[in-house]
Design a protein. Structure first.
Length: 90
């Protein structure tokens, strides 16, 4: 008895790579959700910077009611041009 043909078996997998090296002005937004761990936020932001070979992204940090130490760090990030959204509660 013949098996029914499954059209998904012959289909090639979807392309998982987005080519942003085509000279276009397209930009990617990276949203980082954060709460009270500025040392981890710092590592995350450094990693994004090091792993990006083009300046084709913007970073938005969403802070969920972090304490004063973190707010001071976010102030510095904001002065460096990173967009900061500050939520009043976690």
């Amino acid at each position: 008895m013949d098996q029914p043909h499954n059209p998904l078996e012959s289909a090639s997998p979807p392309e998982m790579v987005i080519d942003l090296h085509d000279g276009s002005d397209e930009q990617v937004t990276i949203v980082v959700i954060h709460h009270d761990r500025p040392e981890y936020l710092n590592l995350c932001l450094q990693s994004i910077y090091v792993c990006s070979n083009l300046n084709n992204y913007e970073v938005v940090v969403v802070d969920n009611a972090s304490g004063q130490e973190t707010q001071e760090y976010l102030d510095v990030l904001e002065q460096e041009g990173i967009k900061i959204i500050r939520n009043k509660e976690n």
